[in-house]
Design a binder for this molecule. Structure first.
Ligand SMILES: Nc1ncnc2c1ncn2[C@@H]1O[C@H](COP(=O)(O)OP(=O)(O)OP(=O)(O)O)[C@@H](O)[C@H]1O
Ligand SMILES: [Mg+2]
Length: 326
């Protein structure tokens, strides 16, 4: 079953174009006319709550689920809708549930997988050694897979996904259940793979992870993509919720507090601090300083807290779930 890898043409900007992906399970629409593009060399994250449709989207994209008539998928500008099998070699998949055989050793799993991809014995040997070194697993090559820790198993899954040298990697929650050190190590591997020129699609629940490694984030909810932007743009769009936090040294009279509340409509007291949200932090801080000077107030501990991606995520999901759209 040695199928040729669709070598990406240097001029092709787009690695994946997916149009109108849709999947129904009985009365549930798991993926609802989802379209997106992924550019060559990008790391794109799909974020969404449990059941949002992330894994189903991946299964449609990689040919595990059959596409319906409206759907279309292009890989490196070539239509693969009609014949997903022909293009599967373009994908290296680290699935949600590993398909490595637990009674096989690391080495046996790599050999078996290489055989399925039609790679010659000599090439399997060369590539497997290289990957096991890259993923710091070489010393475990004769260990049965079931004896490996979760982190080590995940590294084997990466080796299995990369053995046929695919240009696109699809990672379904690759750091889920890993301790912070193993997860960080996995992110370092992922960034290294991007440097090597791989295009990467990753699903994750970890917003910090998405913020750290993704060039673009697709937020999914109830089978739909409700945002498609860079992490910075997403935060930028919700800058109005940046918080200005400060302390007033000494006693603030009720009269001055009321005046302040008139200037900053959503001013609240939080422990020893005063907090208000602002869409233009610089302008509001200048206003606040002027007010404090005029009224002999001393401001201390002033800080701006940027809207976190987590707040943006929760905001978008809640809004969509209330049926209010983007
Ligand atoms: N084989 C199946 N049969 C029936 N329903 C399914 C099947 N696979 C998925 N679903 C349903 O489709 C919806 C989307 O599931 P999916 O696994 O794609 O979500 P997800 O975003 O990957 O969630 P998670 O973050 O929990 O992995 C869910 O409601 C799920 O229960
Ligand atoms: Mg999933």
């Amino acid at each position: 079953m040695a199928t040729k890898i669709q070598n990406p043409n240097k001029e092709d900007k787009c690695a994946i174009r997916a149009f109108n992906l849709r999947k129904e399970f009985e009365d549930l629409i798991a993926v609802d006319n989802v379209s997106f593009t992924i550019n060559k060399g990008e790391i794109v994250g799909i974020l969404g709550p449990n059941g949002a449709g992330k894994t189903t989207t991946i299964r449609l994209l990689t040919g595990i689920f059959k596409l319906d008539d409206q759907a279309r998928i292009e890989i490196f500008e070539k239509d693969m809708t009609e014949n997903p099998n022909k293009y599967k070699m373009n994908f290296g998949i680290v699935p949600e549930i590993s398909n490595a055989f637990s009674d096989y050793t690391v080495w046996q799993n790599l050999n078996f997988s290489g055989g399925i991809y039609g790679i010659s014995k000599e090439d399997i040997e060369i590539r497997a050694k290289k990957l096991l070194n890259q993923f710091e697993l070489i010393e475990k090559r004769h260990f049965k897979t079931k004896t490996l820790s979760k982190g080590l198993k995940q590294r084997l899954n990466f080796c299995l996904a990369l053995l046929h040298e695919p240009p696109i990697l699809i990672l379904d929650e690759p750091t889920s259940g890993l301790d912070p050190i193993s997860a960080k190590m996995m992110r370092t591997y992922i960034l290294q793979l991007k440097k090597e020129g791989k295009t990467i699609l990753i699903t994750t629940h970890d917003l910090r992870e998405a913020q750290t490694i993704c060039d673009r984030i697709l937020i999914m909810n109830r089978g739909k993509i409700i945002a498609d932007e860079s992490p910075n743009n997403l935060r930028e769009r919700f800058k109005s919720t940046d918080s200005i936090i400060f302390k007033i040294d000494g006693v603030l009279s009720d009269d001055l507090k009321n005046k302040m509340k008139k200037m900053f409509k959503n001013l609240k007291e939080k422990n020893d601090y005063l907090v208000f949200s602002s869409s233009n932090a610089l302008k509001d801080i200048t206003k606040l300083n002027k007010f404090s000077e005029e009224n002999n107030l001393k401001i201390s501990d002033l800080k701006i807290e940027e809207t976190s991606l987590e707040e943006v995520f929760i905001h978008l999901i809640n809004k969509d779930s209330r049926g209010e759209g983007k």
